[in-house]
Design a protein around this ligand. Structure first.
Ligand code: HEM
Length: 457
């Protein structure tokens, strides 16, 4: 914690609150300008969501205090997590802090180490290439929907192996947004209403039951064995054969430590945490490429130099530093998360202010990553910010993946997946064109484009 005065100073309240609704109207109408404006009022700023106060941290040093050094007093929680738990169960992202979280995190960590992810890169490249290659030339595409589809498919092939029944991808694609919408509806209703036998509640319960059946099929899926004759004759074939086991096998191997329901919870939670975040970052990055042909050209030049006229291979991924910079800048500029909460477990001082026990504390990757003190001219899309030796201070204000014990477990996976999808898209389509008006940022869990139509040729 920062050095604090003997008597804590009152926390400044954001201007513009209204009697009953507090600052909720700002969060609904102009969430991103509102949250960014709080920086002008102090390092911790009080807002009201209806009658309930929340404390927004605007100084990245204090966010690190909340997430890392004083994390024991800022627990993961809040109503949104209670409701999400109803859909996704007690998975890694929704379960409260404590021994079970630590134990499960330890068991899941090997699934996402770099070497392990590397065993799935070829399968993800093939999956992504076949999907973007199936688009029709010049056809108008809804890029955010496409990025959701491709990231989901790459995630499924990485976690559960090749040849999953096609209906799984289809059903997950429709079921997950519907369940999320139902969960958001439940956060604003009193709990007793969500227990009534209303059609919407029954549909939500049916959806959750179906999600569990589908996830069981994915968990139990056995990828078809490699053809031994082909494998014997061809070293590449043998390598492809080795690839067949998905990352989730790690957890299945620890099945004695998890009930079947817990395995489902973890798989569903991972899928939910993995898709919209990655898809959003990719969609915004593609939009930025349509605005910056010089960046697109540099990316293509890097790819051409590394691949030398042949299709992308998994080992090429480590030799595409500029692609990584471009993606990092997409993730920086658009969050993609914009409001994440913690709950103060006791009265505690933060930056010289007293936060009362039980209060919601909000931190925002979007806010920090668009702070001109750390990222000069933050609205500019400038991948060179991330070039070697530039901006040494950025690490301290780049919170896209969180920090501390609840830091994103899928970060390594996300970078690999985003690089694969960006590179396969560029190698397949020499030209990207924006067809719709520039997208507006829309906030839900992530900062997503409201409409993004592009044509590829
Ligand atoms: C660009 C992509 C992604 C972004 C920006 C992102 C961001 C985040 C953030 C900010 C958190 C911390 C939330 C908190 O502190 O309350 C988090 C946690 C988490 N993420 Fe990600 N994520 C991404 C991709 C992924 C992927 C691909 C996976 C899985 C394959 C994943 C799985 C998780 C899980 C399980 C947690 C909870 C970790 C824990 O509480 O121990 N994420 N993510």
């Amino acid at each position: 914690m920062t050095a604090s005065p003997a008597v804590p100073a009152p926390v400044p309240t954001a201007p513009g609150g209204l009697p009953l609704i507090g600052h909720a109207h700002h969060l609904v109408r102009s969430p991103l300008p509102f949250i960014s404006s709080l920086r002008d009022h102090g390092s911790v700023v009080r807002i009201r969501l209806g009658p309930t106060p929340a404390y927004v941290v605007t100084d990245p040093v204090l966010t690190r205090t909340v997430l890392v050094t004083e994390a024991a007093h800022f627990a993961k929680g809040g109503k949104i997590f209670d409701v999400l738990r109803g859909v996704f169960g007690d998975g890694l992202a929704t379960i409260g802090d404590g021994d079970t979280h630590l134990r499960n995190r330890r068991l899941m960590q090997p699934m996402f180490n770099k070497a392990h992810i590397a065993t799935r890169r070829t399968a993800m490249i093939e999956q992504s290439r076949s999907m973007v290659g199936a688009w029709q030339k010049g056809q108008l595409r809804d890029v955010f929907a496409d990025m959701n589809d491709v990231t989901l498919a790459a995630f499924l092939v990485a976690l559960f192996g090749a040849d999953l029944p096609a209906h799984l991808q289809r059903e997950f694609t429709t079921l997950m947004p519907a369940l999320m919408k139902g969960a958001i509806r439940q956060t604003v209703l009193p709990p007793w209403v969500t227990r009534l036998p209303l059609p919407a509640n029954r549909a939500q319960a049916r959806g959750i039951a179906r999600l569990r059946v589908l996830m069981d099929q994915a968990i139990d899926h056995t990828p078809s064995a490699p053809d031994p004759a082909a494998a014997a004759g061809c070293p590449h074939q043998a390598a492809a054969g080795d690839e067949q086991a998905g990352l989730f096998e790690t957890l299945k191997a620890a099945e004695d430590q998890f009930t079947r329901e817990q395995l489902q919870d973890e798989a569903i939670t991972l899928m939910n945490a993995a898709i919209e975040t990655t898809a959003t970052a990719l969609a915004w990055t593609l939009y930025e490429l349509t605005r910056h042909p010089e960046i697109e050209e540099r990316l293509r030049a890097e790819l051409a130099a590394v691949c030398a006229g042949r299709p992308l291979r998994e080992e090429d991924l480590d030799r595409l530093p500029y692609a990584r910079q471009v993606l990092q800048e997409g993730v920086r500029k658009y969050g993609p998360a914009w409001m994440v909460t913690r709950t103060a477990t006791r009265d505690i001082e933060l930056g010289g202010h007293r936060i009362p026990r039980g209060a919601d504390v909000v931190w925002s990757p979007y806010l920090h990553q668009n702070d001109p003190a750390h990222f000069p001219d933050p609205a500019a899309f400038d991948p060179d910010r991330w070039a070697d030796g530039r901006l040494p201070s950025t690490r301290d204000s780049f919170f896209a993946f969180g920090d501390g014990r609840r830091k994103c477990i899928g970060e390594n996976f996300a970078w690999v997946e985003m690089q694969i999808i960006l590179a396969t898209l560029l190698e397949t389509w020499p030209r990207l064109r924006l067809v719709s008006r520039p997208p507006r940022a829309e906030t839900a869990i992530t900062v997503k484009p409201d409409r993004l139509a592009m044509a590829f040729s």
